[in-house]
Every structure is written in C-alpha cells, then in structure tokens.
Design a protein around this ligand. Structure first.
Ligand code: R5P
Length: 278
C-alpha cells in the first residue's frame, strides 16, 4: 500500500481521489474528485524525483482543495530541494525556502520527516513540524537480532541521527570523517573506529549518489567489520547508487518517504501520530 493509503487507514479516513493528467503540451491538469468541501484534508506528497513535476502537482492539488474550502495539511515525507538550505555563495536561490513559500500559500499546516537541516522549518510562517524516523530504523535492526551491532555515521552531519538509531538499538555509535571534493566525490577516514567482527550499520539521512556510503563502507570493511548494513531515511538513490552500495554492503534498507524496493520501514505510524497530536 502507498504511504498516503497507510496514513488514511491509520487516521481512519477516506483516501481521497484526484484526476491527474497531462495536456499534449506537457502541462499538468489536476481535478479533485472526492467531496472535500469544508473538510480537513491531508495531502501526502514527497517532492522527490521527478521533483518539479511532483511540486507542480502538489501546488495544483492544494490550490484546488483551497478553492473547495478544504483546510489543507501538507505532509511532505521527503522534502526535495531541502539541501540548498542557505545561500552558500552570493546570488544562489535558497530553494528550501522558495518551496516553503509556495507550499504555505495553500497549506495551513505542514509536516515532514527528518528534514536535512532542521532550520528549514523556520522558512514557514504556518505551523510546521518534523517527525524523526531514527527510532524506527533502530527497531528494524533490533528485530534482526544482530549479535554485536555498531552504528556508524558516515559523516559529522549524520552523527545525531546515527546516535538515535544506536540508542534505539542499545549499542555503540561511531562516526567517520568525510571530506567532500565535489558532487558524488568524497574521501572518508575511519582510523579512530575500533571493530572486532561487529555488524556495522551505516546510517545517513539521505542516500543520493551513494558516494558517501560507498566510501564509508570501503573504509570500514578492512577495519574488522563482520557485516555491513546500510540504512537511510530518504532513499533518493540516483543512478546506480543502490547497485554500488550492494556491491560492498550486505543489506540496504530505507523508510518509505520515497517509494523504492528498499523502502521496508514505514513512517505512516509516525505521521498518523503527529497528525493526531498536533
Ligand atoms: C549530506 O550532508 C547528507 O547527509 C548525505 O550524506 C548526502 O546527501 C549523501 O549524498 P551522496 O549519497 O550523494 O553521497
């Protein structure tokens, strides 16, 4: 079942219907088909690849819902364009803020899962919340009954997430040191990490080209890893990222903020809980 269906089931509400078509020139057409006048409507839309298409569909859908006097909560499980969270150089568009401005035109409330940087929530003027999938990743590996797991963050930025996974799993957490040379090009050092046939679980928020994970796995393997497993919240998985990872790792698992064959951990329960409590 898709994430929107799981969320509807969890909320005990109807899964609304909409027609989405393309005109011959490529423009999108959206029509809300369910009776939503005056209702509270939750729109679940990740803005992953194809990002621009998914965003346009989201904007059209929320605008049509507003015209029907529905009150809209936007659930954006994967917040695409989120990694440009500031202007790194003068003149750059802050895409995470641009998207926020457009979403809040029609959404009265926004919910997302593990945004790449928490401060992007402040780009919204409407109530905006994030839920954390780290404990779910920990629970997933707990059920695997690994004997000596060690959670490893592939860089300093994912240390907090990895620590929460380790806490849920009740094990040690370590982190690699990563230097980015360019898009998809990184060097990783792991000298300080001591392993003795441990089951290593490398955890990142996003896996995109897979470069960060592959470099971390390559560096950790000769250090005494018994097995290498890889987990992330958002499996962006561009190009042959998953194949490259599975050449060196024993497992790749992710949440279903983006639907892939590796999305075996559902965030539906987290979303339902947050929507019910906020
Ligand atoms: C970076 O700060 C993120 O946490 C991920 O490590 C990064 O987005 C992964 O990108 P890639 O898979 O292309 O190395």
């Amino acid at each position: 079942m898709d994430l929107a269906g799981e969320v509807a089931k969890g909320l005990g509400c109807e899964l609304g219907q909409a027609a989405v078509k393309r005109f011959p020139d490529g423009e999108l057409f959206v029509k809300i088909e369910s009776p939503v006048e005056g209702e509270e409507v939750v729109v679940v839309q990740s803005t992953a690849r194809p990002q621009d298409e998914n965003l346009m569909e989201l904007f059209l859908m929320m605008d049509a819902l507003s015209d029907l006097k529905a009150s809209v909560t936007a659930v954006i499980p994967y917040y695409g364009y989120g990694r440009q969270d500031r202007a790194f150089e003068r003149g750059e568009a802050i895409s995470s803020r641009t998207i926020a401005k457009h979403i809040q035109v029609s959404a009265g409330k926004v919910l997302t899962v593990n945004p790449h940087k928490e401060h992007i929530l402040s780009y919204f003027d409407v109530p905006t919340f994030a839920v954390d999938a780290a404990p779910l990743i920990g629970e997933y590996f707990k059920e695997k009954g690994l004997k000596h797991p060690v959670v490893v963050a592939p860089d300093a930025g994912s240390k907090g997430l990895a620590q929460k996974v380790a806490d849920a799993l009740g094990c040690r957490c370590e982190n690699c040191e990563k230097k980015r040379l360019g898009p998809g090009k990184v060097v990783t050092s792991v000298e300080k990490i001591k392993l003795d046939r441990n089951d290593v679980i490398i955890v990142d928020d996003i896996i995109d080209s897979g470069g960060t994970i592959v470099e971390a796995a390559k560096a950790l393997k000769p250090m005494g890893a018994g097995s290498i497993r890889v987990a992330c919240v958002h499996p962006v998985l561009t190009g042959n990222a998953s194949e490259r990872i599975l050449e060196i790792a024993d497992e790749l698992v992710a949440t279903n903020t983006i639907k892939t064959e590796y999305s075996r951990i559902s965030v539906a329960g987290l979303i339902v809980e947050a929507l019910t409590n906020k």
